[in-house]
Structure formats: C-alpha cells, structure tokens
Design a protein around this ligand. Sequence first.
Ligand code: IVH
Length: 676
Amino acid sequence: MTSQERVAWLRDEIARHNEAYFIHDAPSIPDADYDALTKELRALEAEFPALRDENSVSTKVGAPTNNLFTPVVHHETMLSLDNVFDVDELRQWSARVAKTLKADPETLRFVVEPKIDGLAMSITYVDGLLSQAATRGDGRVGEDVTENVKTIRNVPRTLKNGPRGRVEVRGEVFLARDDFLEMNRQQVALGAKEFANPRNAAAGSLRQKDPTATAKRPLSFLGYQLVDLGATSSFTLYSETIRQLADWGFLTASESRVEVGVEAMIRQSDWFEEHRHDLRYDIDGVVIKVDDLAQRELLGFTSRAPRWAIARKLPPEERTTRLLAIEVSIGRTGRATPYAVLEPVVVAGSTVSMATLHNQDQVVAKDVRPGDLVIVRKAGDVIPEVVGSVAEAGKRRARKWTFPASCPECGQPLVRRSEESDTYCVNPTCPAQLLEQIVHFASRGALDIEGLGEQRVAQLLGARLISDVADLFTLRVEDLAGLEGFGQLSATSLVGAIDSAKSMPLSRVLVGLGIRHVGPVAARELAKCFHQLDALAGAPLEELEALDGVGPVIAQSVYQYFREEDNRERIARLISAGLYLTEPTETTGLEATLSGKAVVVTGSIEGYSRDDAEAAILARGGTSPGSVSKKTYCVVVGEAPGASKVAKAEELGIPMVGAVEFEALLATGVWKDSPS
Ligand code: IVH
C-alpha cells in the first residue's frame, strides 16, 4: 500500500469508528487501537504535506452530530486534549512547555486531575440561572440538551451567589461506578441489554428525546473549566476558577492536586494510576494542566487541543479469569475469528464472558490453552481481549490449541491465504457468512432496517424465506405473520421498515453490500461521483482509480465486485425490487458534469478567485487537487501558472486547457477537442 492509500484507508477507518462511537454510542474498536490509527494518520500527514487535507478526520475534534437535537454553536470551540502514553512522553511535553515559557521546569505549577471517561458538556448560566446545555459535537457545533441536563441532580439550576451576565461551565457528564452497576442490574431485571460501559450508558442517557427518560438515569456532572463569557472575572490561576465552581455549587474533582515542578506532577499522576480503582468513577487517564492563566495565554492552542494541557492515558484495566474454551466464529467476509469463552469476570464496569483472540498467530503467540488462568482486559473499556496466560505452578496444562481445519458452521475447509494472518471460510454459501451479510445490510450504518437484527435474520434464513439481501424486499406480511414471535403488527412494521429502506441513498446501499475495503467514507465518495448505481457498476477501472480519496485498492475491489456473476444478479434484483440506488446531489442544482474527474487549476482565471474556481469544480461533482498526477483529468492553465504543474502535466501527457475554456469545461465536462 502506498502512503496515499494508507492515508485514505486510515481516514475511512477513523471516520467509521467515529461514527460508531459518537453517533451510535457503540464503539467498534478499543480506544488504544483508535489512538494508534489517529497517531499514524497524523504522522503520515506530517511527513507528506501533499496528503494533508483540512477536512481530514485528524484535524477534527469529536464527530458530527446526528441532527436529533437543535444545533448550538459554541462561543469558544470545545477542544480535545492531546495524549501521552507514558512518563517519558509526559516529560517531553513538560520540557516543551518549560521551553516555550522560558521557565525552570521545577518552578511550574501544574494541576493534576482525573480524566473521567464520560461526555464533555457545556452549561451556560445567565444571571446565575441555567439557560442552556450543549454537547461537544464536532467541537464547533454541539447539540442542545438543556432539558436533559436539567434532570441531572448535581447540576445547579441556579448558581449560589452567581455573577450577573453570562458564564459557561464545562465539565464531564458521567455515571459513577456504583450507579452504573445498579443501572445494569435494573437492565437485567427488565430483560434489557446491559450497557457496555459507563461512558456509553451516559451517552445513551443524554440522548434521550424524552427528558423524563434521562431523569431516570443516575447521571452526574463534574466541572473542570470556567469560560468567562463576559470576561469580567479576574482570576490568575486555574485552581482558583475551580474553587469558584465549587462555591457556586458544582461537583469538582476532590482528588485534584496542585503540584509545583515536573517531578512532583509526575508522582501525582502515578498516584492516579495506582489508585484508579479506588475512585468513585472510571478514569481513562490523568489530565495535567498548567495552572497559571497568563502562562496558558503564552502557550496557546493547536488546531485541536490546548498546548497547556495534556492527557496521560492509563493502560487499560486488567483482570484474571479462567479460559473455558476456544471457539471460532465466522464473519460476513468469511473470516474465521478465534475467541475465548471465559468464566465471567467484571472488567471496567461490565461482565465479560467472551473475548476475541484475533487470529491464529495471536493464539500461537499468546499460547493460551483451555483451562489456563488468563489475563483479560477491555482496552478502552470496549472490546474484551485476552492478554495472555498466567503461569500456575504444578498445574498441568491442556495440549496446545490448534486452529480447526474446517468451518464450524458449514464444514467446508478453512483457508489461510499466504500473505495474510487471517483464515477464511471460502464457501460462498456458508450460512454463517450469509447471516452476517444480511445483518450488516440491515444495520444502522447501511440500510438501517429497524427490527431486523441477528435473531430475526437467523429466523428468516431458517424458515427459508430469504437466502440473499435482495430477498428481503419480496417478504410479505403473511409470510412473517406465521413465524414464532411475529404478530400481525410486528410483521407489518418489519415489512414497512424494509419498504422504507428502498429510498436509502446509494451510498448506504454501497455500505450495505459489504464490498471489500468500501467503508462509509469511500461509499459516499463513490456515490457522490457516480450518482447512479449502474454508472458505478459499469465504470472502467481507470475511472475508479482516478477518483480522489479512492485509490487503487478500493478501485480494484469495486471493479471486481461488479464483475462477479452473483453480485450482478443481486444488483439486478435490487433494481427490480424498486430500490432508489441514486445519490441525491448536494443541492447545488448544477449538473455533475465533472463527476469523478480531477481538475487541477494553476494560475488565475478571470472572474474566479482560487477558491471560487475550486468550488465551481466541486459543485459539478469534480475534485480539484493541488497537484498534477497521472489521475488528473485535465489542467486548467490561467494567468501566471505554476511552472512545476505545467511541466508535470507535460511530462505525464495530461491535457492542458486554457482559462477561456474553463466555463465550457464546467458546463459540459469536456474540453475542446477532448474525446467525448
Ligand atoms: S479539559 C481544552 N479536563 O477528555 C480542555 N477534559 O480527551 C478541554 N475530560 O473533551 C478538556 N476529564 O470530555 C478536561 N479533567 C478533565 C477531563 C477532561 C475528562 C474529557 C473531556 C475532553 C476529553 C479530551
């Protein structure tokens, strides 16, 4: 993979995980893995400036909102924190701070406080009265959750001796550990699903459309930032502002300490690591902040985080338990994933009885065997994994575990491709794969068919009512009404949900089809460029490869997909079922004449600023990269063009178009003399 492809892949992955985490409150990977992805992306973007993109997920804080609540534009962007993962990195950060401030590191005042794993919240008070509460959202625009926040018991509705004018208090909404356990006990009692961890439960609780539902959740709020909107107060230290919050009636972190000097600060952050389990709430790190507000001014911000604060991430919590068995599950791509069946154990707030072992090599490397005592962690409090075995003196271990030779679901041989660490069931009719494919097709990020989860899909497959995603659209109420667990009402509502899924935009169908390497970002890009499924399905490989942000790996996979007989047949059936299979144009009202084409502009074009020219190309479905490559469709050469771009276009034989032809190019998508 080239760096460019890797960057595209990373952006896609990160966007997918962001969506899962921020919008669906259902993290798809452990935090540590997520951090590794973003770290790699930033490193690549730093190394190759040409690959930078101001819209890159690496520059964004948080995720877009899902438009359920009214948007609120934050007065000051709600930034994130940069992370360090060990004491060395923490020392390097302190050294940078001291250098910028030209100060002796041992004289710096730091506040060391817990990093609570909850949700950032901004609460505005006017004349001492709570007036608005908003989530962080993407940092710039959040969601109005005022009514829900008013139900949080320890959020003051009025400030004790509050000031006149506007102040904003920021902090974390979270579930204390005991409250979370109690909430999960109630979920179990109600026969409902347990929450994966306190953070997800808190997020879900805040997003309730009905505030009385939020009120039933034992949420808490802890303040850690005062944004003085009237700029009337005269604090000189952050620690004073926190005392002020406490005086107004907010909960603040009682474990926070002011430390003078880097060494004392590090010792205090070690204290948190050691005592993390003794706190009332789950923490995923320690936040270290420069206390002196004047020094903060000098340090300033990067685009996503302040330079005057840092989060020291703590390693994930670990527990030991007994490994009962190792089994293998088959995913929608046929990948066979070994997993551990465990004696249930509480890790980071919830009960774990299964944990992934990733692949064959991992099992071999970890040498875990049924019967072993194993260490389990929930990295990022999300996906449980087995770290390794604990030696037990005098205990006879079982024989080394070996990967099964055949698929546990269909009995066909499992195949390990030579260059990959994964093993696959390559039987295209394997029922386990089919099940997962259909579940994926109906899932939230794809066609979002409510009421069609794993159990229902299994039931429909078992009853032989479906054997492919396209069959869903042929289901009738009377087919379902006879099945166990279905009444007339639920059958009607499922058929209705399937019917409404027909109007989903093309991008969501592309996600649902599960084409290899095509995640939501690539799907949107493809849909935006081609608009119609048949245009995409018939696109030659070169045209796919020429798309910005797609790259040869995705292009090849898409090209291949539409050339396989089974897939063509499935598509034909989706078309005849009446699916929309179109991507609505982003209301520019203009024809997408340049769909999928990369047009480079160099020099100035009369009547257009640089940005205007680019916007005009984008509005017609094209892209306007900053450099010429072999994927460039044409180069528009204006007044005083860049010599290197012209030279490159000549070298690669890319057509050059005069500025006078720009309008015609926009209108028709072709340049004079171009083969149309
Ligand atoms: S300060 C500009 N302090 O961590 C500074 N954040 O990873 C903004 N968090 O968005 C945040 N405990 O949701 C700060 N003591 C603390 C925190 C804290 C938890 C969260 C917060 C923030 C995220 C950044």
